[in-house]
Design a binder for this molecule. Sequence first.
Ligand SMILES: Cc1cc2nc3c(=O)[nH]c(=O)nc-3n(C[C@H](O)[C@H](O)[C@H](O)COP(=O)(O)O)c2cc1C
Length: 206
Amino acid sequence: MTDAPRDPRQISDLNPDPIAEFTDWFEAAKAAGASRPDAMVLATATEAGVPSARMVFLRGFDARGWVFYTNYESRKGQEMKANPAAALMFYWDAISRSVRVEGQVEKTTTEESERYFGGRPRDSQLGAWASQQSRVIAGREVLDERMAQLSHDFCDRDVTLPPFWGGYRVVPERIEFWISRPSRLHDRFCYRKQADGTWKIVRLSP
Ligand SMILES: Cc1cc2nc3c(=O)[nH]c(=O)nc-3n(C[C@H](O)[C@H](O)[C@H](O)COP(=O)(O)O)c2cc1C
């Protein structure tokens, strides 16, 4: 049996470690039956600061940051190459809470990406090879033809990690926890990373 999710109202109710606090919230969202609690918005920007956003799935998190996997040559990949800053956002309607994460991005190691990729279904592995993500294609048949060719190419062996595919980790500098409250007077708690590596928590006006 899981504990009832804590309902922080004061900074003193929060775990000083934002990863531990996030873990509690993520588990609470799952326990409340949130549909795809691991779905998050990823915002990136070009070097000139023009923003773009899309959904990705959270594939892991720990003290080092939040990890997702994608095509390194996609639009997001190109933006993060030119401007390695990103923001993530979760919204869990089932618990009326939201979390925002902001920081710099780094690629996961090849070993980490290989481990994740190796655990994916074979068709997803082939799909990663088949798609030149974010590029214009003439039609679906282009993908069908690539899949057929790749199935043939890899027919007698494991599908290897494409060199253009892997993970990114958002290394947090700022993490905000938001809880819906009546009369739009929501609770907002913001953890900011200090120069000495510790976290300072402040309350933000809703
Ligand atoms: C719920 C959801 C989860 C998704 N997860 C991923 C993901 O983990 N990785 C990914 O590359 N694309 C994922 N996508 C597709 C992206 O939203 C997007 O279409 C794709 O990554 C191309 O984005 P870009 O052109 O901005 O690079 C997901 C879409 C949805 C709706």
